[in-house]
Design a binder for this molecule. Structure first.
Ligand SMILES: [Zn+2]
Ligand SMILES: [Zn+2]
Length: 299
C-alpha cells in the first residue's frame, strides 16, 4: 500500500492503538496481579506489615479496576499519538542500542522529569478549584490496593498520560534522541513503583527511612499516608520535592518504622520467599514477552 494514502495512515493508527492498548493494559494487569499474588503467597508476613487497620471493600476493588481500564484507554491514545510522531519524524526515538552510560542517563532524566511533573500536577489537582472534578476519584481509595495504580477520573487520566509525549517533544526540540529500550524500561519502573505505592502493605525493608542511601526513594507508607490523610506526601518516586516544599507528613518516618518490621527467617518464610521469587520472575518474563509481542516500540 502507498505510504501516503489516507487508508495507509488509518490502518497504521488502528494498529498502533491496538498495540499500545494491549501493552498498557498488560503492564497494569501483570504488575498489579503479580503484587497481589505475592502478598497473598506471603500472607502472614503481609498481614504483619499492613499499614492501615481498615480493609479495602469489594466496592473499592471494582471501582479501582474499572476506572483503571478507562485510564489505559487514555494511555493508549497518547501512546498511539507518540508512535505516530516517531514515524513522521516529529520526535526522535531510535531502536538502535545505546551504551550503558547513556541508557542510565536517559532513564534518570525521564524519572526526574516525571517525578517533578507528577509532584506539581498533583499539588495543582489538590487545589479547591480542581480537586472535585479531577482528583477526588483517586482519593475514594482511602485504603488503596495495587489495583488503584491507574484509578483516575477521565481528566486526571488525560493529565497523567500526557507526560510521555510532552517529554519526548521537548527532548526533540533540544535535538535529543531517545532509546526505545530506555523508554520501555522507564514504563516498567513507572508501573512497578505505582503498584508498590498503593499496595497497602509496606514492602520495603526495615531501616529504609534511616539509610541515607535509600531514604530518597519513597515507600508504600509514604503514599499510603497521602491516601489515608491527604495533604502530605505528594511525591511519586523520590522524597525530595516533599522535603523541599515542606509537604512531607510529619510522622512519615515514625509510621514507617512502626509497620516495617525486621524479617525473621524461618523455614516457612524461606519457602514462601522461594515461591514469591518464582512468581516475580514469571511476571517479569510475561512483561518482557508482552513488550516484544506488541511491537518493537512498546509505548
Ligand atoms: Zn492526591
Ligand atoms: Zn495514589
Amino acid at each position: 500500500m502507498e505510504h501516503n494514502t489516507a487508508q495507509y495512515w488509518i490502518e497504521r493508527t488502528q494498529d498502533h492503538f491496538v498495540s499500545t492498548f494491549t501493552f498498557d493494559l498488560g503492564r497494569y494487569l501483570v504488575a498489579a496481579g503479580a503484587l497481589t499474588l505475592i502478598l497473598w503467597l506471603a500472607k502472614s508476613w503481609a498481614d504483619a506489615r499492613r499499614i492501615q487497620r481498615r480493609r479495602p471493600t469489594r466496592k473499592d476493588y471494582i471501582r479501582e479496576i474499572s476506572s483503571s481500564f478507562r485510564t489505559v484507554f487514555f494511555f493508549a491514545l497518547t501512546g498511539m499519538a507518540t508512535v505516530l510522531m516517531i514515524e513522521t519524524g516529529i520526535i526522535d526515538v531510535r531502536e538502535e542500542p545505546v551504551g550503558m552510560a547513556i541508557f542510565t542517563l536517559q532513564i534518570a532524566a525521564i524519572a526526574l522529569a516525571h517525578d517533578t511533573y507528577f509532584y506539581w500536577m498533583h499539588r495543582a489537582l489538590h487545589t479547591k478549584r480542581l480537586f472535585r472534578a479531577t482528583h477526588l476519584h483517586h482519593h475514594k481509595s482511602r485504603t488503596p490496593t495495587s489495583w488503584a495504580a491507574y484509578s483516575f477520573s477521565a481528566w486526571e487520566g488525560i493529565a497523567e498520560s500526557a507526560f510521555m509525549p510532552l517529554y519526548l517533544l521537548i527532548a526533540a526540540f533540544f535535538g535529543v534522541a531517545y532509546s526505545d529500550f530506555a523508554i520501555f524500561f522507564f514504563l516498567g519502573w513507572m508501573i512497578l513503583r505505582n503498584v508498590i505505592g498503593h499496595a497497602g502493605v509496606e514492602v520495603h525493608p526495615a531501616g529504609w527511612v534511616d539509610s541515607k542511601w535509600l531514604d530518597w526513594l519513597t515507600t508504600t507508607t509514604h503514599h499510603d499516608l497521602h491516601h489515608s490523610e491527604g495533604n502530605h506526601n505528594f511525591g511519586l518516586y523520590f522524597t525530595w520535592w516533599d522535603r523541599w516544599m515542606g509537604t512531607e507528613h510529619p510522622q512519615y518516618k515514625e509510621r514507617f518504622r512502626k509497620v516495617a518490621k525486621p524479617i525473621i527467617i524461618t523455614k516457612r518464610f524461606a519457602e514462601t520467599m522461594s515461591v514469591t521469587l518464582v512468581a516475580m520472575l514469571a511476571s517479569l518474563a510475561s512483561l518482557a514477552t508482552l513488550g516484544s509481542a506488541v511491537g518493537a516500540l512498546p509505548l
